[in-house]
Design a protein around this ligand. Structure first.
Ligand SMILES: CC(C)(COP(=O)(O)OP(=O)(O)OC[C@H]1O[C@@H](n2cnc3c(N)ncnc32)[C@H](O)[C@@H]1OP(=O)(O)O)[C@@H](O)C(=O)NCCC(=O)NCCS
Length: 189
């Protein structure tokens, strides 16, 4: 595994970069919406100050094992979401990814573009063996993103406690072999 941290990933409509302290207004724009955090493990931000604090103390801090990208829309250079490694297991060289997008930019295929770019980076530059993604069973949009990116569904719903509620989770995964040998060039573009 190569601990090369978060490098720029340049894609078609978006560019994935690090988060910076000055991103707080765009960050707050989506992180403060109840609907956006409905299926997430974290609660909506209560104020701009909270978004600022999270950016300053966590999101803008990087080391070689931090893989956290800000998704920026090229057309207006706006921060519109994030995609990041939320769990890293060095022994099995596997990771779990999470993602979120500003609702104004949803349903345009943007997260599929981001997930393909990040999967490629993690498999072929970081040399990760396996990527997992999980979502609450009702989160159809998220599940569709995983499926469209070639992720394989584990046929078992795991019950987990998310924000104090028992929910059923769907797990999907993709491994380096499948990515490099079974998915074709159209996927990798
Ligand atoms: C999940 C999320 C990242 C998807 O991003 P996106 O860029 O809008 O996704 P895409 O446009 O690439 O694809 C979404 C697909 O779900 C579909 N979809 C969207 N909302 C849906 C809904 N409520 N029910 C069923 N399908 C839905 C879209 O039509 C699209 O379908 P398609 O593949 O047939 O075109 C975005 O909805 C989001 O940020 N949600 C809130 C945070 C979240 O839930 N994160 C994931 C946690 S696991």
């Amino acid at each position: 595994m190569n601990f090369i941290g978060t490098k720029i990933i340049n894609l078609n409509r978006i560019v994935l970069t690090k988060f910076y302290c000055y991103d707080y207004l765009d960050f707050n724009e989506y992180a403060s919406i109840e609907e956006v955090t409905r299926y997430l493990t974290w609660y909506k931000h209560a104020s701009i100050e909270e978004s600022k604090e999270i950016l300053n103390n966590k999101f803008s801090k990087y080391d070689s094992s931090t893989f956290r990208w800000a998704i920026r829309y090229k057309e207006n250079n706006k921060l519109i979401g994030s995609i990041d490694v939320v769990r890293l297991d060095k022994n099995s060289e596997s990771v779990e990814i999470g993602y979120v997008l500003n609702p104004k930019y949803q349903n345009k295929g943007i997260m599929k573009e981001a997930l393909k770019g990040v999967s490629n980076y993690l498999f072929n530059q970081v040399l990760i063996n396996k990527i997992y993604i999980r979502c609450i069973k009702e989160n159809i949009a998220s599940y569709k993103v995983m499926k469209a990116c070639g992720y394989i569904t584990i046929p078992y719903f795991k019950s987990e406690n998310i924000k104090g509620k028992e929910v059923l989770m769907i797990y999907t995964y993709l491994d380096r072999f499948t990515y490099n040998y079974l998915l074709d060039e159209r996927y990798k573009k």
